[in-house]
Design a protein around this ligand. Structure first.
Ligand SMILES: *Cc1c(COP(=O)(O)O)cnc(C)c1O
Length: 229
């Protein structure tokens, strides 16, 4: 089932790219495997997935040694500073940086391990109280502050759009964050690129791609509904 779902999602990515006149190679599909057993990740791996997204430090720690070493692990959930040290050498990209203090800890831990860490800045694009992420208005100043830290590189923006039944309702937010990334790029801040836009989930990834997403994070559409028991 995972294999068929993946094929379907790849087809949809292709369709959305065609509609937007984009090359599907510009879009990375992140298979969001949170709460799912290793056996299902293995199925996705066998079907070609190499990018996996998790939102809990503990799950990355548990799954990492059980799966192939060419997997790129994406930390997409809220990250506590005291847990950075456990995943710093296991993740390819941290999507959820929304404070200077968290960035400082990532910089610090990366330095200790003599590695360079790529991060995205999470923006709370719709200003929802329930969500993490930096407010839209504060994004540029946070990026300027983080950009001077060693061993850490801002390579783009991430957002979690509101939960909606009609994905068209999120188009305005995807467009707004894309415009923000263009504005930031034009500032030519040292050590900051805006090559990644991580946006779009099972319900709205096609719209996100039409609006410029370069990474989409799909869980339910690949692995089925999550049961949090
Ligand atoms: C769970 C999660 C996803 C995937 O959600 P689906 O609706 O199952 O595709 C994407 N991004 C983040 C940050 C998540 O926590």
């Amino acid at each position: 089932m995972v294999k068929e779902n993946l094929e379907k999602v790849h087809e949809n990515i292709k369709k959305a790219c065609e509609k937007a006149g984009r090359d599907p190679k510009e879009v990375t599909l992140i298979s969001v495997s949170k709460t799912k057993p290793v056996s299902m990740l293995e199925e996705a791996y066998a079907a070609g997935s190499r990018d996996f997204g998790e939102n809990k430090v503990q799950e990355i720690i548990d799954k990492y040694p059980q799966l192939a070493s060419d997997i790129r692990w994406h930390m997409i959930g809220h990250l506590q500073r005291n847990k950075v040290k456990y995943i710093i050498d296991k993740t390819a990209l941290i999507h959820s940086v929304d404070s200077l203090r968290l960035a400082q800890e990532i910089s610090n831990q990366a330095g200790k391990r003599q590695l360079e860490m790529d991060i995205l800045i999470e923006v709370n694009i719709a200003g929802e109280e329930s969500k993490f992420g930096i407010p839209y208005e504060e994004t540029v100043s946070l990026i300027e502050e983080i950009s001077v830290l060693p061993h850490i590189h801002i390579i783009g923006l991430m957002t979690i759009a509101p939960f909606v039944t009609n994905p068209e309702d999120n188009r305005k937010y995807f467009r707004k964050i894309r415009e923000l990334s263009v504005d930031i790029k034009q500032k030519n801040i040292d050590n900051v690129t805006m090559s990644v836009l991580s946006m779009g989930m099972t319900g709205d990834y096609m719209v996100a791609i039409e609006e410029g997403a370069t990474m989409v994070r799909v869980g339910t559409g690949i692995f089925g509904e999550r049961n949090y028991g």
